[in-house]
Design a protein around this ligand. Structure first.
Ligand SMILES: *Cc1c(COP(=O)(O)O)cnc(C)c1O
Length: 395
């Protein structure tokens, strides 16, 4: 807890649950697979400063971050881990890559040019800067087009180059779709590209593709394993959301590997607040902006000092609920920027100071990021990463 933490709005991060999920992923994996722990976007909103050291202590060797800035922050916390930058490297970030020993994904010639010129300027020896080449096999987002591994990009890795092609990677667009032929098609394209790269005499030590869904469904994993074995390289998967306790898009009924596991993934983050004010309004009075809530009886309202600026989506207005005294209290009216009103009429003895759970558990009730995502017509990733920076992350 930070000393400046006075407003009663906070996110509790469970170390034991994060480690439980991390170990469960290892259990569901096999010794021939390396798992990168994806901690991009402030550890999916859970707080980089808490999660990165916990995962490092638990044995994570590779950490996936968004940007050079996140890489620098992670390096300060984890001196020994490999830190992989997943999004595009931008101008003036090459020096940070060198200084903090970050490993970028690369595909644009300008990224390779700026890295090699920074390395030459620093008089670094040949093959000293590891980079991972991203292949676009169908996501059409990042990466060299799979059938366009022009000699151009591979010439950046000539023996005299300061750059070493340490990894080749791709990303699947529909890994959670069990019967998707799309993933298989993407893997076929990846195979073609990887074969070409090896045929050109390059020997990347890692191949990586796939996310939490890939590990948990096992979809395409055999093909990836075979590809890695064929070239005697290490296969790596990049697992994110399952670390934080969610396996969305695939239920345990279609998830043989999870069904066999004794445990399930447990949500790591809870979002909490406290009642700071109470009032009773008469039948007919309204609550909140634009009077979208109208009392149909004398109504007891509890005020929370949390709003959409904290990441509580305004879409939950008149729709969502919070947990108080172990019961569900509906959100009354529009969520404001910094405040939210609950209807606590049916919950007796609500008092100022009562703890309120907006995401997490209380008694036998539970609100998950999947519940909120459904109500907000989005995905748990967005719910978790929308929790604002001003909300302190506590243990
Ligand atoms: C975010 C991300 C992942 C992790 O995906 P999850 O579904 O959260 O496991 C893996 N690979 C890439 C390239 C990503 O951007």
């Amino acid at each position: 807890m930070t000393s400046s933490f006075t407003r009663p709005v906070w996110a509790e991060i469970s170390r034991s649950r994060l480690l439980h999920n991390f170990h469960l992923l290892q259990t569901l994996s096999t010794p021939d697979l390396e798992l990168m722990a994806v901690i991009k976007a402030n550890a999916y909103g859970h707080g980089l400063e808490l999660c990165a050291p916990w995962l490092a202590e638990a044995g994570a060797r590779w950490l996936g971050v968004t940007s050079a800035a996140e890489g620098i922050a992670t390096r300060a916390l984890c001196p020994d881990q490999r830190i992989f930058i997943m999004s595009s490297l931008w101008h003036q970030e090459a020096e940070a890559v060198l200084e903090h020993k970050l490993t970028p994904s690369v595909w644009e010639p300008f990224q390779l040019e700026m890295l090699s010129s920074a390395a030459r300027q620093a008089r670094l020896p040949a093959q000293s800067i590891a980079v991972h080449l991203e292949i676009d096999t169908g996501m059409s987002r990042q990466g060299v087009l799979w059938n366009d591994i022009a000699e151009g990009i591979l010439t950046f890795f000539e023996p005299s180059s300061p750059l070493r092609l340490e990894g080749v990677m791709t990303h699947f667009h529909s890994p959670e779709e069990m019967d998707s032929s799309a993933t298989i098609e993407q893997i076929s394209r990846f195979e073609t590209t990887v074969d070409t790269i090896f045929a050109n005499g390059l020997k990347p030590a890692y191949l990586h593709a796939g996310n939490s869904a890939t590990l948990l469904t096992g979809h395409g994993l055999d093909r990836l394993r075979a590809l890695a074995a064929k070239h005697s390289t290490q296969l790596m998967l990049r697992t994110g959301i399952a670390l934080y306790g969610y396996t969305p898009g695939y239920t345990s009924s279609v998830l043989p590997r999870l069904r066999d596991a004794k445990n399930s993934f447990e949500p790591v983050l809870s979002l909490k607040s406290r009642v700071v004010s109470l009032r009773t309004i008469p039948k007919g009075d309204t609550a909140g902006y634009n009077a979208s809530f109208r009392a149909t009886q004398a109504t007891r309202l509890a005020l929370l000092p949390i709003g959409y600026a904290d990441g509580l989506s305004r879409r939950l207005s008149n729709q969502g609920y919070a947990l108080i005294r172990g019961q569900r209290a509906p959100i009354a009216g529009r969520i404001s920027m910094d405040q939210t009103i609950l209807d606590v009429t049916t919950i007796s003895e609500v008092a100022i100071g009562d703890e309120v759970v907006l995401l997490g558990e209380q008694g036998s009730e539970r609100i998950t990021a999947e519940n909120l995502a459904q109500q907000c017509q989005t995905i748990p990733w967005e719910i978790l990463t929308s929790i604002a920076h001003r909300v302190p992350r506590c243990i």
